[in-house]
Design a protein around this ligand. Structure first.
Ligand code: M6R
Length: 615
């Protein structure tokens, strides 16, 4: 996690870096720092806190001039968030300065070795070890920075995206990556380095995404050199034209990115199926699936690996795939899968789901699956991300940048893509009746309108949030397709409002959680008019007879649950399998409003980061 930004060119570097760091704050926001070179001196300012705190401090502390600089916004791994541990870090001589996203796992032996050679350390970070290792290598053989970085990186174990510069060569930045993303923006007589392209989107639409184990020596007025860190071979830079625009990464009048992203769902679900869903012709066209259709059709089973919200989307997909295609599906937390010696066969298809495409655990699970010969298909949002490149094939969700740390539109677009895949396989296998298949296609096509209708519950949800905003606990219940939605609702509430919440399959309540229910306990029940409706009504009765407070998400026109529940939130009806796309909307809004009312930082909740690139 952590976000890094570097600039070298003809502009003042400071505003570019600060604005860029603000855009990268979704990656980490416990401390921030910047270093600038003004032609004479390196000027450093860093602080615990957010980029806005850094701005206030830098203005006091340093002159903000200089056309080369690097900056950092941190999510602490080694060392608590404080001023000293904040990046950038200097080497002992004060000549080299670095920003780093990742973890150097063997930092301890390296540090001991450097200490034995007289190096001293101010911070508790692995990054300060790395910059001194580079310095040590550089000094020993009087090397240029690029070579020293390369040799040093060959000695480290771990993950990194780094930008380094040397006050003795102030017209160059050296950047490198392994396991953490790094993009280089190429402008006219200027270059940008950043954890993603958002910091430089208004300056250039040409970018190079470094691959793992690649490094770039970026010099003004010189062709950029990209090399493999291990074997020193030169790599032909592949310059991509960025599709991102500025509007997508700004709040556009919403108070928070999360709210903007919740409201974007009708549009992005349409973007997700655009060109793929042809409801009138009864067709689904997805290149990644067509090219690999036999792999899916011959699969003994599908394994889904993911984390967090993406894992919840995987659970929804399990229900959908098994129902539509009759292919057995198993859903695994990527973090467990990668370490538990799982059985993976060459005839398995592994689907890896990830919004960011950078989640370390999911990436490791993919590598493991590939080692066992499985075919790995990625469902990612971020184009060009590590997971999209590491997988054999894939489908993008086209949700656009998701900046709020709490995933919202990623979830619904992941379910949309996975539903399209399941439908395509079902049509190839003949496992759905013709009428059911066409019904799903039609329903999916009108889903954006239904999601827009579901969003109309906002005021009602806000009023409910007012009543329960101080609750210490909350239970979420759902059955079938909506069991994963209950998990997702609970995760949303936990992560942004810090209220303890649990999601359960409704029928499991009687096996334990029912003991928690009393008049203080709000219970959010997804009670759609669908299969097992009567069962969920019975569950609601059980809560009511124990004086629990019931917030029910019902199908529009429902009367039975209305009589039992304390609050009902009505959403449009749809086919059972697609209902998660609608039932999740009020739960997203509920957590959002409660978090706002509790004064929480909705877009940047404590202790979290948007992409979790460490294990
Ligand atoms: O980028 P990914 O989808 O791989 O991220 C997985 C989780 O880290 C992510 O979904 C996380 O749980 C979110 N904060 C949930 O809102």
């Amino acid at each position: 996690m952590c976000g890094i930004v570097g600039y070298i060119g003809h502009r003042e570097a400071y505003p570019v870096i600060i604005k860029g760091l603000k855009r990268l704050e979704y990656r980490g926001y416990d401390s921030a720092g910047v270093v600038l070179y003004d032609g004479n001196d390196l000027k450093l300012s860093k602080t615990k806190g957010k980029v806005s705190d850094l701005e206030a401090r830098a203005q006091e502390e340093i002159s903000l001039t200089g056309t080369i600089g690097i900056g950092h916004t941190r999510w602490a791994t080694h060392g608590v968030p404080n001023d000293v541990n904040s990046h950038p870090h200097f080497s002992n001589s004060g000549n080299l300065v670095i920003v780093h996203n990742g973890i150097i796992e063997n930092y301890e032996p390296l540090k001991k070795e450097l200490i034995s050679r007289g190096y001293t350390f101010k911070s508790d970070t692995d990054t300060e070890v790395l910059v001194n290792l580079i310095e040590d290598v550089k000094k020993k053989d009087n090397l240029k920075l690029g070579k020293a970085v390369q040799i040093a990186l060959n000695q480290v174990v771990g993950a990194y995206a780094i930008a380094v510069f040397d006050r003795e060569r102030p017209n160059e930045i050296v950047a490198a990556r392994l396991g953490s993303p790094l993009a280089i923006g190429i402008g006219k007589d200027e270059f940008f380095v950043a954890s993603d392209a958002s910091p430089f989107i208004e300056y250039t639409s040409n970018a190079i995404y470094l691959e793992d184990e690649e490094m770039a020596v970026i010099r003004l007025h010189k062709p950029m050199k990209i090399r493999k860190i291990k074997d020193d071979s030169l790599v032909d830079p592949y310059v991509q034209e960025l599709q991102m625009n500025l509007e997508q990464i700004e709040k556009n009048g919403y108070d928070h990115f999360m709210l903007k992203e919740i409201y974007e769902q009708p549009a992005v679900i349409k973007d997700t199926y655009r060109g793929r869903l042809h409801a009138n012709e009864g067709l689904i066209k997805m290149a990644g699936i067509e090219d690999n259709l036999q792999k899916f059709l011959n699969a003994d089973r599908i394994l889904i690996v993911a984390c967090g919200t993406s894992w919840h989307a995987g659970l929804v997909a399990e229900y959908i795939f098994e129902e539509f295609t009759r292919i057995p599906v198993e859903v695994e937390y990527a973090s467990e899968f990668r370490y538990r010696n799982p059985i993976i066969n060459a005839n398995d298809v592994v689907i890896a789901i990830s919004q960011s495409g950078e989640t370390a655990d999911t990436l490791a699970a993919i590598k493991l699956a590939k080692e066992h010969g499985a075919f790995v298909f990625g469902v990612c949002n971020v184009v060009g991300s590590s997971i999209s490149r590491e997988t054999h094939a894939g489908a993008y969700t086209h949700a656009g940048p998701e900046i709020g740390v709490a995933s919202t539109k990623a979830f619904t677009t992941q379910i949309t893509v996975l539903t399209l895949i399941a439908l395509r396989l079902a049509s190839a296998k003949g496992t759905l009746s013709n009428s059911a298949y066409h019904r799903y296609l039609q329903e999916l096509e009108i889903m954006p309108e239904k999601v827009a209708e579901a969003l109309e519950v906002n005021d009602k949800v806000q009023a409910i949030a007012e009543i329960y905003k101080d609750a210490p606990n909350c239970l979420y219940l759902g059955r079938g397709y909506n069991f994963p939605v209950a998990l997702e609702g609970a995760l949303k509430l936990k992560e942004i409002s810090y209220i303890h919440a649990e999601g359960y399959p409704a029928a499991e309540m009687k096996h334990g959680p029912i003991a928690l229910i009393d008049e203080q306990m709000p219970v959010v029940v997804i009670a759609q008019k669908q299969e097992h409706y009567d069962k969920i009504v019975s569950n609601i009765q059980e809560i009511k007879s124990r004086s629990g407070k019931i917030i029910a998400v019902v199908t529009s026109g429902d009367t039975q649950v209305r009589e039992l529940a304390d609050h009902v939130i009505e959403i449009p009806s749809t086919v059972d399998a697609l209902s998660p796309l609608l039932t999740t909307i009020p739960l997203q809004l509920l957590s959002y409003h409660i978090a706002v009312m509790r004064g929480c930082n909705v877009d940047q909740p404590r202790n979290l980061a948007k992409s979790v690139t460490v294990e």
